[in-house]
Design a protein around this ligand. Structure first.
Ligand SMILES: C[S@@+](CC[C@H](N)C(=O)[O-])C[C@H]1O[C@@H](n2cnc3c(N)ncnc32)[C@H](O)[C@@H]1O
Length: 258
């Protein structure tokens, strides 16, 4: 059940799909819109999801880089919000927060989460098959940063694991900055108990949501670009649920408390 409040009323009126996931009436949804517009993050109740796993626009890859060849990631990489606002909402909504971001965004994100009382780590995805572009002139661009934040009672299923996650880039990408499924699956599995909810407010082609369905978790994806939201819904629809649901490891999903 959702709390009876102004936010809940706005959420139910504008985005009943999200309200249904929070109320336990739906396993997941992917909605189109700006995550900071009314009826999205700002109107979701406190602590209503287990984890945020998101990959925000880095806002840097299209800039001029001294004559070297550069990748054009298009508008999918344009910053559309202030990092501190996203950090504040993530902390309010979830016990565990993972935000993939550009290196310039790392310090600001970490500082915000620390001020709010989270314990943070800088995590890295090390690409095992990086692009060789400009490799004859400088070190390859083969790592991406992810800021992790944890509130005191967060669920965590890994044991003594380091924060460098090594593995390949996804093949057959449907989004210019698509994350691999193995990576998002590992984070969902680590920080969302079976049946719990993961929120990705920059869903892109829906990799986090696909991981959630595959693992028997629930998902809320928000994506500003309808073209990508459609791709994400299509990918999720083609993803099978697990044959044997996983038992919860001693902790209930926060969403079951509503
Ligand atoms: C780095 S990409 C995410 C890619 C995704 N991890 C995947 O595997 O496909 C960031 C996405 O955030 C979306 N986006 C940017 N600003 C947004 C906003 N204010 N609200 C919702 N989505 C936004 C972009 O359209 C883009 O698809």
């Amino acid at each position: 059940m959702l709390d009876e409040g102004k936010g809940a009323a706005v959420l139910m009126a504008l985005h009943p799909d999200i309200a249904a996931v929070l109320a336990g009436d739906s396993e997941g949804c992917i909605v189109t819109g700006d995550c900071l517009a009314p009826g999205f993050l700002l109107d979701m109740p406190d602590a209503c999801v287990d984890a945020v796993v998101s990959d925000i626009p880095y806002g840097v890859v299209n800039r001029d880089s001294g004559g070297l060849r550069n990748l054009d990631k298009g508008i999918a990489d344009e910053e559309t919000f202030a990092v501190d606002e996203i950090a504040g909402q993530s902390w309010r909504l979830a016990q565990s927060v993972y935000v993939f971001c550009g290196t310039e965004q790392v310090s600001e994100l970490r500082a915000c989460l620390v001020v709010l009382g989270m314990t943070t780590r800088l995590c890295l995805w090390e690409k095992s098959n990086p692009s060789p572009m400009n490799g004859e002139r400088l070190w390859l661009s083969s790592v991406e940063a992810c800021v992790f934040g944890r509130s005191p009672n967060a669920y965590f299923a890994e044991r003594c694991a380091g924060p460098v996650w090594r593995g390949p880039i996804a093949r057959n990408q449907m989004h210019r900055t698509q994350k691999p499924l193995w990576l998002m699956s590992r984070l969902v599995s680590a920080s969302v108990p079976a049946g719990g909810i993961v929120l990705d407010f920059c869903a892109g082609s829906g990799t986090t949501c696909v991981a959630a369905k595959k693992l028997g978790r629930r998902w809320i994806g928000i994506e500003i670009d309808e073209k990508y939201a459609k791709i994400a819904r299509h990918r999720v629809a083609g993803t099978p649920r697990p044959l044997f649901p996983e038992p919860t490891k001693g902790k209930e999903p926060v969403s079951s408390l509503f």
